[in-house]
Design a protein around this ligand. Structure first.
Ligand SMILES: NC(=O)c1ccc[n+]([C@@H]2O[C@H](COP(=O)([O-])OP(=O)(O)OC[C@H]3O[C@@H](n4cnc5c(N)ncnc54)[C@H](O)[C@@H]3O)[C@@H](O)[C@H]2O)c1
Length: 356
């Protein structure tokens, strides 16, 4: 079977993580072209593989290169522009998180995919982590009982690790701050694990002078889920000497799950406790005594690497026409939660996500 021929748009930091799939699975996903407005970045990625054409103009790449699909790794304010141009040129689209900088842009992307009959998938890599999929199976089996509550957080010190002119510090280019750039991962993961968020109530602050144009560096929010569960979110982008970490906790009647923050890494492995699976602790000498690691079933996914799994899932969907697990249509729910947080913080009242 012919591999899916792909053009990579945006050859900065995260594109490096996507390259592993192109190196290891050229029979399924073959990188044939790269494009970056900074030619040196495009050339650097092209040099990692042989026979890759280099472009600095997306429209020229879409006209000239023999690609079935594009892999968009550009900055947030370019996602909708890049995706709609590619869809209109008849290409399937994988776009890095967050989907785009407004709900209007997200809906325009979905409409373009519907009109052209092409696949639109958002690269929500945490869903393609074997540990996330194993936990999803555990929750769906009913082992944890009805899910009652979740907590999520993401914490880091952006001003110390991002350079002074990083686009992530600029609300116009990033679409916001810690919520859209980082918490998007955990919001999407809990939607995947326990279902749709229906209502949010939030407060955000833009305090550290490194952040501009409304990029919030603190956020707190409450969620209500369609299944009746409640949730809490905390994020800081400027925590004093705060290493990068992300966490979730899920509480059910018959079990619970949590992830351990791992320094320098977004997600961490998941742990689970349940009546069926683990022993109650006898002495309270560790916060997570009684929890055991979530063990993915061997062979359940092609790789232990979520980025590789994500790209292989994308190629499979392009080939079969199947709706991706993190399709544009699905990810509108994640983006509604994010823009619901911003709207709630602006209004000072709760926001029903069905109304936005
Ligand atoms: N999944 C993850 O864990 C993860 C981690 C980091 C970043 N990301 C996401 O990946 C995307 C890129 O982030 P990054 O850290 O790689 O940023 P980056 O700044 O390192 O790279 C972005 C690249 O895009 C190029 N670019 C910008 N506009 C362009 C355009 N119109 N056409 C072509 N090239 C263009 C830039 O020159 C740069 O090389 C963002 O959406 C970000 O949120 C995801």
């Amino acid at each position: 079977m012919e591999p899916l021929k792909i053009g990579l748009i945006g050859c900065g930091g995260i594109s490096g993580a996507h390259m592993r799939a192109y190196r290891e699975h050229p029979d399924k996903v073959r990188l044939v072209a790269v494009c970056d407005v900074v030619e040196a970045n495009a050339r650097r990625r092209a040099a990692e593989l042989g026979g890759v054409r280099v472009y600095t103009d997306l429209n020229q790449m879409l006209r000239e290169a023999d690609v079935h699909a594009v892999d968009i790794c550009t900055i947030h304010d370019q996602h909708a522009l890049n995706a709609i141009a590619a869809l209109q040129a008849g290409k399937h689209v994988l776009v890095e998180k967050p989907m785009a900088c407004s709900l209007r842009e997200c809906r325009d992307m979905i409409a373009a995919a519907d009109k052209t009959g092409r696949i639109l998938m958002v690269a929500q890599m945490q869903r393609y982590d074997p540990s996330s999929q194993a936990l999803k199976n555990i929750i769906e089996s009913g082992e944890l009982g009805p899910i009652r509550a979740v907590r999520i957080d993401a914490m880091q010190n952006g001003p110390e690790v991002l350079t002074g002119n990083s686009w992530l510090l600029d609300g116009h280019r990033a679409g916001g701050g810690i919520v859209i750039s980082v918490l998007v991962h955990r919001i999407d993961l809990v939607r995947y694990l326990i279902g749709e968020i229906t209502r949010v109530t939030a407060v955000t602050r833009c305090l550290h002078p490194a952040f501009k144009n409304g990029a919030e560096d603190y956020a707190v929010a409450m969620f209500e889920f369609a299944n009746g569960a409640i949730g809490e979110l905390f994020g800081t982008y400027s925590g004093f000497r705060q290493p990068y970490s992300e966490m979730f906790m899920i509480f059910g009647d018959d079990g619970a799950a949590h992830s351990v923050p791992q320094l320098g890494r977004g997600g961490g492995p998941a742990f689970v406790a349940s009546r069926r699976r683990s022993e109650p602790f006898k002495e309270f000498n560790h916060m997570f005594q009684g929890f055991v690691p979530v063990a993915p079933e061997p062979g359940s996914l092609p790789s232990g690497n979520p980025f590789v799994n994500e790209l292989l899932h994308f190629s499979d969907c392009c080939r079969t026409g199947r709706e991706p697990l993190s399709s544009g249509r699905d990810n509108l729910g994640t983006m509604k939660a994010i823009f619901g947080i911003y709207e709630s913080a602006r209004r000072g009242s709760s926001v029903e996500l069905k109304d936005i």
